[in-house]
Ligand binder design. Structure first.
Ligand SMILES: [Fe+2]
Length: 261
């Protein structure tokens, strides 16, 4: 399995605090069945700035340590890039990384809202030859209330990345509900762990795929598994499995508004 979102690099964000935790996470990843993982430390989120060159260097060092420890895991460099004003210029300055050298960038929006110019950013990135993957849209309050906001971004060319813990109820019932709703509406294209810590936030990738298979069917599991591979290989994503009828987002909005007030 391939995991495209993780905080496995030591000591540079709120993930692994040091080498020991990096190695613990690496062992846990292998145990879960993960063979390739993209390290996506936070970048430009006000607390953490992890520039491309440093991330590349540290990733290479992690791979050396894993080899020395006999841990069969390949770590690829990446970033979880917070939307910020300087985003496009930062790309031209070479400060940003795609996921594992592909043409996909993992973009994080604020959890409270969808930036007004988000569609424009997706478009601008595509002009630069980059595909936007929206990190855990299910945890964005505006999208949870109105999935059509994500639908607009997907129509503009973005993809949705779901976090395993959201699907499995780790962030509460409300996010779990919203997570499955987004999957059923075809607005999620890849599932990954966003793992930070072996106890507090582990991988649970196999468990999430098992649940997807149970709830949505085998073709959806295959769809998500293959898309993770396509992303790191810079290939086009799979067509959506046809077996689920799309739910009406207008009705969903009405229902969620009733529960809000
Ligand atoms: Fe993350």
């Amino acid at each position: 399995m391939i995991d495209i979102h993780s905080h496995i690099l030591p000591g540079i964000d709120d993930g692994a605090a040091g080498w020991e935790e990096t190695l613990q996470l690496a062992r846990a990843a292998v145990e879960d069945g993960i063979r390739t993982i993209v390290a996506t430390p936070h970048h430009a989120n006000r607390s953490f700035w992890n520039y491309a060159a440093e991330v590349r260097e540290l990733t290479a060092e992690v791979n050396k340590r894993l080899l020395a420890e006999g841990i069969q895991l390949q770590v690829l460099p990446g970033q979880e890039i917070r939307v910020h004003e300087d985003l496009l210029d930062a790309w031209s300055r070479g400060e940003l990384l795609t996921l594992g050298g592909s043409d996909c960038v993992l973009i994080e929006m604020p959890s409270s809202s969808v930036p007004k110019n988000m569609t424009e950013i997706v478009h601008e990135l595509s002009i630069l030859g980059l595909r936007t993957i929206i990190a855990h849209p299910e945890r964005n309050k505006e999208i949870a209330n109105d999935p059509r906001l994500l639908e607009e971004l997907v129509e503009a060319g973005a993809y949705g990345q779901m976090t395993t813990h959201s699907l499995l109820g780790g962030f509460g019932r409300q996010i779990e509900r919203s997570a499955w709703q987004l999957c059923r509406n075809g607005l999620i294209h890849v599932i990954s762990s966003d793992a930070h810590h072996v106890e507090k936030r582990n991988f649970r990738l196999r468990e999430a795929y098992d649940r997807v298979e149970k709830e949505l069917g085998k073709s959806w599991r295959v769809y998500y598994e293959r898309n993770a591979e396509h992303i790191v290989n810079g290939r086009p994503l799979e067509d959506l499995p046809a077996e689920l009828p799309k739910e009406n987002l207008k009705i969903w909005r009405k229902i969620s508004n009733i529960f809000r007030y």
